[in-house]
Design a protein around this ligand. Structure first.
Ligand SMILES: NC(=O)c1ccc[n+]([C@@H]2O[C@H](COP(=O)([O-])OP(=O)(O)OC[C@H]3O[C@@H](n4cnc5c(N)ncnc54)[C@H](O)[C@@H]3O)[C@@H](O)[C@H]2O)c1
Length: 452
């Protein structure tokens, strides 16, 4: 289990640097747990207020299932956390979330009417609400724009996966992260398995050479389809798509990016975050028939080719009535490793045989425990951006290759001009984009901004 958060490092110990919102922790006695003198030396982003309490004010943007869960985990992580502002495009989602959270956490949910914001600009108002931390849990299409606003406003950030759904979005986050680093902001990504203690113990051994050099990783995310919401008469195209966002590729990035990115992140983790040079993928849409199932595929199969000649494979499927699996199979020069995320089971076979027998606390809680410890300066600043954007881009490469039927290099995807979705948003008309058909080379060349 992570260090128990404690509150002896109060808001009174933060001082505001003259003329700026950047502060330093004044009392070195606050430093417990993991050593983090770098924050002290250079002045980490501090909490926004110096009003004599030790509150950390959290703003939630995207008040659905995951956002509500993350807000609860933030409240549990640190007794000084209060949920202070909420934003969602729909008031029913916000009120539902606020009601549930209030039932559990009482007056630590301090979100009066004037700090409840509705609409596509709600995120801007949350940023302006004197919060210290933002939780970004809308559909991923909006993440780069919301991340940009959070960095500009100097907020610490928890952001769910995937962090973008196209090359322009990835580039945007990578650029804004540079500014966030200058501001010493914590940036945590929702690749939650990185915060799962059994997985961490396993991948630490893998990185220490327990199975030798990794020659191949095969990861799977084979599961049933996600639920859909039938259209109501008074829903515009936009509302209907937003309420079924997982099934529209401009909102979700397709299920390879939205869901299976967890298993792609595990490939990335096994390879110690060395990214592939190229992806070659197959995919299609065989069993999705209702309008609510939108325009995404229901299966993908991707081969990732690395500069050292090694290859990794990923399969994902959302179909009913099929065999399900969510496992990484690692093959090394000295052994093999099996990591099943649903078990969860972690086993190393070969001369360094091992299986995990330790604790397995809720990984979502571990995320927030560590985030708020870092915000209080009790552990190193968290910066998940490089690995999370690498895994996000790998998923995008897989989708681009399957949709186009072409090989897609890392640079193709990173420099791509393909931006999915509208550039302005309103609850009105929005035709559904056609399902992609592989083999349309002319259209594929239009999307590339690098030479073949
Ligand atoms: N790490 C995990 O295990 C995990 C699990 C579930 C979901 N997620 C991720 O969390 C994110 C949210 O998923 P969810 O399951 O909570 O979806 P959800 O539909 O339950 O919630 C999304 C919320 O965002 C709101 N929203 C949509 N567009 C918005 C906008 N422009 N501005 C403000 N609010 C907006 C919706 O109205 C909704 O309330 C996704 O990126 C998803 O992939 C991660």
């Amino acid at each position: 289990m992570t260090d128990t958060p404690h509150d002896d490092c109060t808001r009174r110990t933060f001082v505001r640097a003259a003329g700026t919102t950047v502060g330093v922790m004044a009392v070195s006695g606050c430093q417990t747990g993991k050593k983090d003198n770098s924050n002290l030396a250079s002045g980490s982003a501090s909490l926004a207020h110096t009003d004599g309490d030790d509150k950390i004010r959290v703003g939630l943007i995207g008040c659905g299932g995951r956002g509500s869960g993350a807000a609860g985990q933030a409240l549990k992580a640190d007794p000084g956390v209060v949920l202070y502002a909420m934003g969602d495009v729909f008031s029913d989602r916000l009120e539902n979330s606020r009601g549930h959270l209030t039932n559990t956490y009482g007056d630590r949910v301090d979100v009066p009417q004037e700090r409840r914001f509705i609409g596509f600009d709600a995120y801007k108002q949350v940023m302006n609400s004197d919060v210290d931390v933002v939780i970004l849990t809308t559909p991923p299409h909006f993440r780069p724009e919301h991340f940009k606003a959070a960095v500009a406003a100097g907020k610490h950030i928890f952001m769910e996966k995937p962090m973008a759904i196209d090359g322009p979005g990835v580039r945007s986050i990578l650029e804004d992260a540079k500014i966030a680093r200058e501001k010493k902001l914590n940036m945590m990504g929702g690749f939650c398995w990185r915060y799962n203690l059994p997985n961490r113990a396993c991948y630490e051994r893998i990185h220490d050479g327990a199975i030798g050099d990794i020659t191949c990783v095969h990861s799977t995310y084979l599961t049933a389809p996600l639920g859909t919401k039938p259209r109501k008469d008074d829903w515009s195209d936009m509302e209907w798509q937003l309420r079924n966002w997982q099934h529209f590729n401009w909102l979700s990035g397709d299920h390879i990016a939205e869901q299976a990115c967890h298993a792609i992140d595990k490939i990335n983790w096994a390879k110690n975050d060395v990214h592939p040079a190229m992806a070659i993928a197959l995919g299609g849409r065989q069993m999705r028939e209702t309008p609510e199932s939108g325009n995404i595929y229901d299966h993908f199969s991707v081969m990732y080719v690395y500069d050292d000649g090694s290859r990794c494979f990923h399969d994902c499927r959302q179909m009913p009535g099929c065999w399900n699996d969510n496992t990484e199979y690692l093959i090394g020069t000295k052994g093999t490793c099996y990591v099943n995320s649903w078990g969860p089971t972690q086993e190393i076979s070969g001369p360094n045989e091992w299986f995990y027998e330790g604790k397995n606390p809720n990984m979502y809680q571990v995320e927030h425990d560590e985030l708020f410890q870092a915000i209080r300066g009790k552990r190193d600043r968290i910066d998940d951006v490089d690995q999370m954007m690498s895994s996000t881009l790998m998923a995008i490469m897989g989708r681009m290759s399957a949709y186009s039927g072409q090989q897609v290099t890392w640079d193709d995807a990173l420099q791509s001009t393909e931006r999915l979705g509208p550039t302005s948003y309103s609850l009105g008309d929005l035709p559904v984009m056609a399902v992609s058909v592989p083999g349309n080379v002319a259209s594929w060349n239009d999307l590339r901004s690098v030479d073949a």
